[in-house]
Design a binder for this molecule. Sequence first.
Ligand SMILES: C[S@@+](CC[C@H](N)C(=O)[O-])C[C@H]1O[C@@H](n2cnc3c(N)ncnc32)[C@H](O)[C@@H]1O
Ligand code: SF4
Length: 292
Amino acid sequence: MINYIEPVFRPPSEGRSLILQVTNGCSWNKCTFCDMYTQPQKKFRARDEDEVLAEIKKVAAAGPQYEKVFLADGDAFVLPPRRLKNILLAIKEHLPWVKRVSAYCLPRNLKKKSVEELKELAELGLGMGYVGAESGDDEVLGFISKGETFDSTLDALLKLKQAGIKTSVMILNGMGGVKYSQQHAENSALLMNKAQPDFLSTLVVSYPLGDKRVKDGFNGEYELPDQRTLFLELRHLISCLELDHTIFRSDHASNYLALKGTLGADKERLLAQLDEAIAGRVALRQEWQRGL
Ligand SMILES: C[S@@+](CC[C@H](N)C(=O)[O-])C[C@H]1O[C@@H](n2cnc3c(N)ncnc32)[C@H](O)[C@@H]1O
Ligand code: SF4
């Protein structure tokens, strides 16, 4: 029914959503750890508006199959408010049963968007922004060429919140390597404490196409942490979190251990589960079971 330009990525929680490819690729595409949109066919461009509207109508003809829509690819929030508004209006008109629309969002995507504009999009159904903060540590963010800082990420998360758009943040376990592990964990926790996101997930770094770009970015100082060091880093991150009501998950396929809970209420239980893993007392996902 829909012609995708593969590969297409979506957050695990959008597994049952209609994936609508309103952009192809990622407008930034420079993060050294990310190979998701590096193939030639994934060169960034906004999809033609008429093409997207035609796809929405095609899906509508099949009846109410989806309650959620995820706007792909890497940062659909990059589209100007007018384009996003037209897409949301078309979803409202042709797929009136859809309850929530979401997309990946880079902090820079919001720089020129006002809270008022975002509020209008929220009222039209844009309910969630998935923000790959990856780290709250400015040194690490510089090494990985994220093009964002602690402050720019915090500004974006607070702006979404102010507009009534839920925030789901991704932090990368292992992104500081061994040397920067502690400051990566502590500043990531600090960023989350200030932002108080609705959802927080941690993913474990993995480099199926090799880690040369990552190592070069760290001036050769990057060493992939072993499993125990990854757990210790995650434990340190969680122990530094002071969250009022954030749903936490580490159930992405990249993780060795799936954790789920609400922070702060479940903090002690999550730390105890990690202690069990560190002591080698729980079955972990094997390498072949992991993926991106
Ligand atoms: C498809 S990307 C899109 C995210 C969006 N462009 C952003 O940066 O906010 C989704 C997430 O996958 C994760 N990811 C990308 N490359 C990864 C890698 N090599 N290992 C683990 N996770 C990775 C990052 O957390 C990234 O934010
Ligand atoms: S992590 Fe996000 S911003 Fe960075 S290159 Fe990948 S898709 Fe683009």
